[in-house]
Design a protein around this ligand. Structure first.
Ligand SMILES: [Zn+2]
Length: 289
């Protein structure tokens, strides 16, 4: 397909977790497995991207952002998780958008790690304060230089940074650090850095997320992890800032239904057609052409 020409219903789900689950700590892995009817299918997809692409076709989704990041101490993911992601997505780069991460506290060289990931084809950086136990403004307050480098290099190389905002249910996660207000400093200090607030701060900080995306031209959010049926309860005026919102499912995180179920639900959300097209398709094409 020529650049800029989209198939009708060209949907991007910018927030999917296909991750090397064999790295998870046992308690975290059990939390992942509990209540999932599609657990065995997911294990197959981790082994084989083509099984996942079939699943995208079945769900009516064209492209997916695949989210990985290191969290050695809390979740169990090593630096290899990002490398796994780059390789896995290379099976179909036109449909699979690889996100990886550098651990702001545990990296030995943020410069080396960032450049290596980007050279491997990572197209977005994921930061997860509750799973990496750092604050978004620690580069100012605690002189955490590696965090400054992660933001700087992403800005310089025009790579969007997705930041987990909101709570987390995993054992050991520091939900306090999911408050997005630190992005107010980051967006001032790195004005050209494109930032995606994952989950729009749900369930505690939705107002903060909206404030940030209205204040800063380069701050966006995704609606992943919010049950589509309830998205207008969280964000009643969603259509008014539809330019800044990306669709994401957070599948297969705990409590998230199957992808076809989520797509079904989102279709039932009353929204002007123009806003829907921006959220489901156009905004993601702009950020990740
Ligand atoms: Zn997520």
């Amino acid at each position: 397909m020529a650049e800029g020409v989209r198939a009708p219903g060209d949907i991007t789900d910018i927030h999917i977790h296909i991750q090397p689950w064999d790295q998870l700590h046992p308690a975290v892995r059990e939390r992942m497995r509990r209540g999932r009817r599609d657990y065995d299918e997911i294990l197959k997809m981790i082994e084989d991207p083509s099984a996942f692409l079939d699943y995208l076709d079945l769900s009516g989704v064209e492209r997916a952002g695949i989210i990985n990041y290191p969290s050695q101490d809390i979740m169990g993911f090593s630096e290899e998780a990002s490398i796994f992601c780059a390789r896995w997505c290379s099976a179909m780069p036109s449909r699979l958008i690889a996100f990886g991460g550098v651990h702001p506290r545990l990296t030995k060289s943020a410069d080396d790690d960032m450049n290596r990931l980007l050279d491997l084809g990572i197209r977005g950086i994921k930061l997860h304060p509750p799973h990496q136990d750092f604050g978004l403004t620690d580069y100012r307050e605690k002189n955490l230089k590696s965090l400054d480098r992660i933001y700087s290099i992403a800005q310089q190389r025009k790579i969007p940074v997705m930041i987990h905002t909101g709570t987390s249910v995993f054992p050991g996660a520091r939900s306090r650090l999911g408050d997005p207000i630190g992005v107010d400093d980051v967006a001032i200090d790195f004005p050209d850095l494109r930032i995606i607030l994952a989950h729009g701060g749900r369930p505690l900080w939705g107002e903060t997320a909206i404030f940030l995306l209205r204040r800063f031209p380069n701050v966006f959010m995704d609606i992943s992890g919010i049950p589509p049926r309830r998205v207008l309860q969280y964000f009643p005026r969603l259509a008014e800032f539809a330019d800044k919102v990306l669709f994401g499912s957070d599948w297969p995180a705990p409590g998230v239904p199957t992808l076809p179920e989520i797509l079904d639900q989102i279709e039932g959300v009353p929204m002007p057609a123009e806003a829907r097209e921006k959220i489901m398709a156009l905004n993601a094409r702009k950020l990740f052409p």
